[in-house]
Design a protein. Structure first.
Length: 335
């Protein structure tokens, strides 16, 4: 079992929970690039697990560790029951979503709307903590919602939830506008306030705090780590995973073992792809997560085109991936 100190070390760099993106195939692919970064599932709603019995949503591969599951919900008993299911399946951490602004999430009274009710979040976390036994429970939140004043609500939120025994938070350094902005717009339009999140680390030195939102490179990550305990990267890790993850073990975790090249990562996916295809999965379900690995490199467009056009077709397999890979020069000459 992963210890709290191990998972906190892994949280120096984590890949965010992203709906429709950070599924088990994506996480396996990302793990081949970094042995140490903490990987998160897509948000799984507590009602889907507890009432719907959709336990397949918790499937993952042992190679994904350290891996955390993110839950959505606002009923303490239901979240406790869901947490127990996650712990039984061996997840290293259970995280509560207090940041997602989608309509579906609001109608279920969870996600970012919970920023308005830190007392309820504390009740949820206390129940989850009881159910989690030795597994750490954490929160991912925003700096506030709608007309809230982040400078006031964020410290109050952290203090209230900390009192329930929570010591680790990931803070998305933007407000969420629940009225007037779509979920996509909520990821871009509200301004980032990194200084506020940095001040929270000064105000709460005993908390383990990670910062999230708009961070795209390891250079930016290292700058935030001068202040923060961890950095969470979302879309950049998905769309340009090589830039974020290939050198992360060396640059962020101090690992001296040489990492894989982008070509080696793709080739290391072949046995995994073969195994999943044998289970009846379509190739596209896996390769859709691999399109960005050569972003910015010669041959990247042809790589994407071959996979995008060919992978959804019946019978497509590893040979198609190898064909796409052959269109990308292995050694790019230095400028």
């Amino acid at each position: 079992m992963t210890t709290h100190s191990t998972i906190r070390q892994a949280a120096r760099l984590s890949v965010a929970p992203m709906m429709d993106w950070s599924d088990r195939h994506c996480r396996y692919f990302h793990r081949l690039m970094s042995r140490h970064a903490l990987l998160y599932t897509e948000m799984v709603t507590a009602p889907a697990l507890v009432r719907g019995g959709a336990l397949h949503l918790l499937d993952y591969n042992a190679e994904e560790h350290p891996v955390a599951v993110q839950l959505g919900g606002s009923d303490p008993k239901e979240l406790a029951a869901a947490t127990k299911l996650c712990v039984e399946r061996g997840y290293d951490e259970v995280n509560l979503n207090v940041g997602c602004p989608s309509d579906r999430v609001q109608s279920g009274t969870f996600g970012a709307v919970l920023m308005r009710n830190p007392g309820l979040v504390a009740d949820c976390m206390a129940a989850m903590k009881d159910a989690a036994q030795d597994i750490e429970v954490t929160v991912k939140c925003r700096i506030g919602v709608d007309e809230q004043e982040p400078e006031e609500v964020l410290p109050d939120f952290l203090e209230t939830v900390q009192a329930a025994g929570v010591n680790r938070f990931t803070i998305h350094a933007r407000k969420a506008w629940l009225q007037g902005l779509s979920p996509k717009e909520n990821r871009d339009i509200p301004p980032l306030d990194y200084p506020l999140v940095h001040r929270m680390k000064e105000a709460f030195p005993d908390l383990h705090l990670s910062i999230n939102g708009g961070i795209t490179t390891l250079e930016e990550t290292r700058a935030h780590l001068d202040v923060m305990d961890g950095v969470m990267i979302g879309r950049a890790a998905y769309h340009d995973p090589a830039t974020v993850l290939l050198d992360a073990d060396q640059q962020i975790f101090g690992d001296t073992t040489p990492g894989r090249s982008a070509h080696e990562v793709v080739e290391a996916m072949y046995p995994y792809i073969e195994a999943r295809l044998a289970e009846g999965l379509r190739l596209h379900s896996i390769t859709r997560h691999m399109l960005g690995i050569f972003t910015g490199r010669p041959g990247a467009r042809k790589w994407r085109r071959i996979l995008s056009e060919g992978a959804p077709k019946p019978g497509a397999g590893v040979a198609l991936v190898a064909e796409a890979l052959s269109s990308v020069p292995e050694h790019v000459p230095a400028d």
